[in-house]
Design a protein around this ligand. Structure first.
Ligand SMILES: [Fe+2]
Length: 379
């Protein structure tokens, strides 16, 4: 037996129940063994000394209550957690089972989530004491919503059991989708916090990240990008200048033109940002914007001087938005220019600084970008 996994003995003569429980408990935490009837259950329990016994009430040879009594009489299994599986209700049955030493019940058909929860509760409890066994308090059994626990006829048991499995699968998938959405939200919050940290340091660029992200996303949607791609474009746009965190204040915040040596430091920010984030798996595509947002379509940009389609699509898309914002917002060294001026500048740079196809896409939505931005400025 693998000591790192909890050993669960299932004593049930129904092969289909064995298979379903096997599927439910398959994984790293549990090791399952089986007994086909009451006598077999006592024999296997003696051999493997399980952590939990799942004991069917109705079995050939010996009933679950008789097996329980036998297990409690042996020193190897007197402390073992025993859960009785039963399709029949009734206080008399429960009283006799508790008197025999059963710890808890699970009524067939049972939900797989309830089964696992019950087993984990058994594993987490303190070892059973003889005193506790004598003054036994019957625990409250978990009920499965929407299922009559005590009256399901045996002939319909497997179908009802399967329906519960399907229902639990559906519930698990809904929880998974919810967790996925929450994870995405926390990713975005983290990324926005990083972008804000940079803008707090360099107050001249306040609002820049959110504006360029908005322009880039608008162009990406206009070009028909899929949701997954839009998400990576959004993250990359928010983070594009994160490498500036590694540029010294004396250079980043200098209120005068930079010296050539200072420019050399500033030109490192795409690679610095890439180095900061490249080990984060969920940013793998967004990183292309961080690293290549200063490349030019004609190959005259930095850091690598790559050209044309060699520049990742997101970076080519973002480059236009970055320039538009640089033109239309006040900078320490010059006042903002008009949106008409920006449109002419973008059109003039088609095929040189910018991808020609992407340039056309921006020009098609330019009125929308400027109208939205001017609306925000006047608020
Ligand atoms: Fe940049």
């Amino acid at each position: 037996m693998d000591s790192s996994r909890a050993c669960i003995l299932l004593a049930d003569d129904d092969r289909r129940i064995q298979q379903l429980v096997g599927i439910t408990l398959d994984g790293d935490d549990f090791q399952l063994c089986y007994a086909k009837d009451g006598r077999d259950a006592i024999k296997v329990a003696r051999e493997v000394q399980p952590d939990v016994v799942l004991l069917d009430y109705q079995m050939p040879e010996l009933s679950g209550v008789e097996v329980c009594r036998a297990l409690r009489a042996e020193s190897a299994t007197e402390q073992t957690a025993i859960v009785m599986l039963t399709g029949q209700g009734g206080d008399a049955l429960r009283d006799s089972a508790y008197a025999a030493g059963v710890d808890d019940f699970l009524t067939k058909p049972f939900s797989p989530l309830a089964l696992e929860q019950k087993i984990r509760a058994m594993l987490a409890r303190k070892p059973r004491s003889k005193a506790a066994a004598r003054g036994w308090q019957a625990p409250t059994e978990m009920q499965t919503p929407g299922v009559e626990n005590s009256t399901t006829p045996a002939g319909h048991m497997t179908r009802a059991q399967l329906m519960l499995y399907a229902s639990d699968l559906n519930q698990s998938m809904r929880q998974l989708r919810r967790a996925h959405a929450e994870l995405r939200t926390s990713y975005l919050s983290t990324i926005e916090a990083l972008a804000t940290a940079l803008e707090l340091r360099d107050t001249a660029t306040q609002g820049h990240c959110s504006r360029v992200t908005r322009y880039t996303l608008a162009a990406a949607r206009h070009m028909g990008c899929e949701p997954d791609e839009l998400e990576q474009i959004q993250w990359g746009s928010l983070l594009h200048d994160v490498g500036k965190i590694g540029v010294p204040d004396a250079v980043l915040l200098k209120p005068a033109p930079l010296l050539p040596s200072e420019w050399q430091l500033m030109l490192q920010h795409p690679e610095l940002g890439y180095d900061m984030l490249r080990t984060i798996p969920f940013l793998s595509q967004a990183l292309a914007i961080v690293r290549f947002h200063h490349e030019r379509f004609d190959g005259g940009g930095y850091p690598l001087g790559i050209a044309g389609q060699a520049i990742p699509f997101g970076a080519r898309l973002f480059a236009v938005a970055d320039t538009v914002d640089a033109i239309t917002v006040d900078r320490p060294y010059r006042a903002a220019r008009s949106w008409d001026f920006a449109r002419d500048e973008v059109a003039r740079s088609r095929g040189t600084q910018f991808d020609p196809v992407i340039t056309v896409a921006y020009l098609e939505i330019f009125d929308r970008l400027s109208a939205r931005q001017e609306g925000e400025d006047s608020e």
